[in-house]
Design a protein around this ligand. Structure first.
Ligand code: DQA
Length: 143
């Protein structure tokens, strides 16, 4: 099987961005964690990051037929983007939503995600290990 790991806006800044909130790991290190976790579970993985909502939509659409499941940290678009929500429900692939920080312990505007209702699981506050947990969950789900 093949998985798509999608990271949205500002996640290219991981490692230097608010390390007290998001930790010190870089996006490259997150991608390496995703690749090694997927390989251990017998899956391949493609990791994509974009700061552009339309590019994230295109990547979700392209996953139809090429990927069996999606891990997405849509950053701030999680809280605003009905278009991303519609893309996830539109392609119908099992999707796990990840947030590095515990969004529920932060500002009120981070408490609601447009994506949660169309995701098969939501992992928040586990740091970058949330990506590994998400991949393990999808691997189990997809058999
Ligand atoms: C985030 C949480 C969002 O509220 C924020 O806008 C991000 C990162 C997280 O991984 O904790 O960009 O998705």
């Amino acid at each position: 099987g093949n998985l798509l790991v999608l990271n949205g806006p500002n996640l290219n800044l991981l490692g230097s961005r608010e390390p007290a909130v998001y930790g010190s790991a870089t996006l490259d290190e997150v991608n390496e964690l995703c690749i090694s976790t997927a390989e251990s579970a017998g899956f391949s993985v493609e990791c994509i990051q974009s700061n552009h909502e339309g590019d994230l939509l295109d990547a979700i659409h392209a996953a139809r037929g090429t990927a069996d499941g999606i891990v997405i940290n849509a950053g701030a678009y999680s809280h605003t983007s009905i278009a991303l929500r519609d893309a996830i429900s539109g392609v119908g692939l099992p999707t796990v939503e990840v947030h590095i920080s515990n969004v529920h312990a932060r500002e009120e505007f981070r408490h609601h995600s447009q994506l949660s209702a169309v995701s098969s699981a939501v992992i928040v506050g586990a740091g970058i290990n949330g990506y590994a947990l998400a991949i393990q969950h999808l691997a189990k789900l997809l058999g």
